[in-house]
Design a protein around this ligand. Sequence first.
Ligand code: TMP
Length: 218
Amino acid sequence: MTLPTKGRFITVEGTEGVGKSTNIDFIRELLNSANIPHIVSREPGGTPLAEEIRNVLVVPREEKMCELSELLLVFAARAQHLDQLIRPALARGEWVLCDRFTDATFAYQGGGRGLSAELIASLQTMVQGDLRPDCTLLLDAPVDVGMSRAGARGALDRFEREKLAFFEKVRAAYLAQVAAEPTRFKVVNASADLGSVQSEIAAALAAQIAAYQAAMHV
Ligand code: TMP
């Protein structure tokens, strides 16, 4: 059995508390059932060094982290993740399922912090070249629903401590990205019950899984 030369790159996005972890477990099971070789990772993070950078980003501290430091750290972690994990896996023909990627940068550092989309896009090109996700699932829910779920999980990280207005801007930026790239994004109503959310996710990935399986059998 020869694997197709390039795996598929699937990302999952959303504001805090929309159920990314539960649904990533569900997608992992879908890929297992379909016998698709894959890795599951997350951003910021995914390699030991990138996880160290994640820690710098998420741990609350007294000194204010300036917006540009935050942006550059996010892309430093991403460069490492791409080099060590994502590109090699895709080159082996494996699927990469990633909890957040650069859409989160446009949403959080762009929408939330107010950095320009042009600046973020130039770093995107520098770090990624033309690599973009093949499919992005945006788990979308009203911000207050997600925030109360995130709050119930325990101590809040540096991002989770932001106010409702910040996450409203993040959500609006995600939805603007969907409008700009409607083919790559699948918006899933994350405030629905879990069964409906997972049916929507399965339906969104069904065609890609079928196409991959067809390619495997030629
Ligand atoms: P997580 O809680 O979903 O694992 O993500 C950690 C935080 O990092 C989350 O609050 C969003 C933030 N983040 C950014 O601000 N920019 C990015 O590019 C990424 C990937 C995450």
